[in-house]
Design a protein around this ligand. Structure first.
Ligand code: DX5
Ligand code: ZN
Length: 223
């Protein structure tokens, strides 16, 4: 695995040939598959569920599947995603009444667990659960759609979370999701992220390898 993970969001892939799209983006150098789950309730859009995750695994995808739950409630569906082959499951704290219990449920089902913060969600949800986290995901757009612009204040929030992770001494990945492009990925890295979701930036281009190579070249320049 690379130190910096590029995580293409399949939300922007061609769903009519999803298996092929995922194969191609992994062949192009992606590290993990970012799998956006929306319920038309927590967010105003409706996407894919455990059956599609299972289908990708059966298709032969061996890269980690990073399931981003934008659904409410979350607990009932977690065992289904674990059985379907999810490796990482993240959820929004507003969508669970019992955050600690939901994190433990994800771990009890054999997956890595993470919390997701919307642009307007305060970081205090981290206060008592750092030891249960494998990943912290900061949204740099309001969730629901691909192709939105990166919200600049996310950089300051990233720096705050990076400090919290480093102070904790724990092994927690810091993921950013929304509006990540070749021209801002370096600044995002410098603010502390190590896992980069990119949907439209990759899938809107004909050559996925070219975009991913350009992103890695930008990451290599980060100070
Ligand atoms: C938004 C999703 C993102 C989205 C990112 O709600 O969580 O993963 O697909 O898309 P881009 O990279 O196009 O902003
Ligand atoms: Zn996402």
């Amino acid at each position: 695995m690379n130190e910096n993970w590029i995580a293409p969001s399949i939300l922007s892939a061609n769903f009519a040939k999803l298996g092929e799209e995922v194969d191609n983006v992994l062949k192009a150098g992606a590290d993990v598959v970012h799998f956006d789950v929306m319920d038309n309730h927590f967010v105003p859009n409706l996407t894919i569920g455990p059956l599609v995750c299972e289908a990708l695994k059966k298709h032969g995808v061996t890269a980690p599947i990073d399931v981003h739950l934008m659904i409410e409630p979350v607990d009932r569906i977690i065992p289904d995603f674990a059985k379907a082959g999810a490796d990482i499951i993240t959820f929004h704290p507003e969508a669970s009444v019992h955050i600690d219990r939901t994190l433990q449920l994800i771990k009890d089902n054999g997956c890595k667990a993470g919390l997701v913060f919307n642009p307007g969600t305060p970081l205090h949800y981290l206060d008592y659960v750092m030891d249960k986290l494998d990943m912290i995901l900061l949204m740099s757009v309001n969730p629901g759609f691909g192709g939105q612009s990166f919200i600049p204040s996310s950089l300051d929030k990233l720096r705050q979370v990076r400090t919290r992770i480093d102070d904790s001494g724990l092994n927690i990945r810091l993921e950013i999701d929304g509006g990540v492009k070749t021209d801002n990925i370096r600044a995002i890295k410098e603010a502390g992220a190590d896992t980069f979701v990119a949907g439209s930036a990759i899938f809107s281009q004909p050559d996925y390898k070219k975009v991913i190579d350009e992103m890695r070249a930008e990451l290599a320049k980060a100070g």
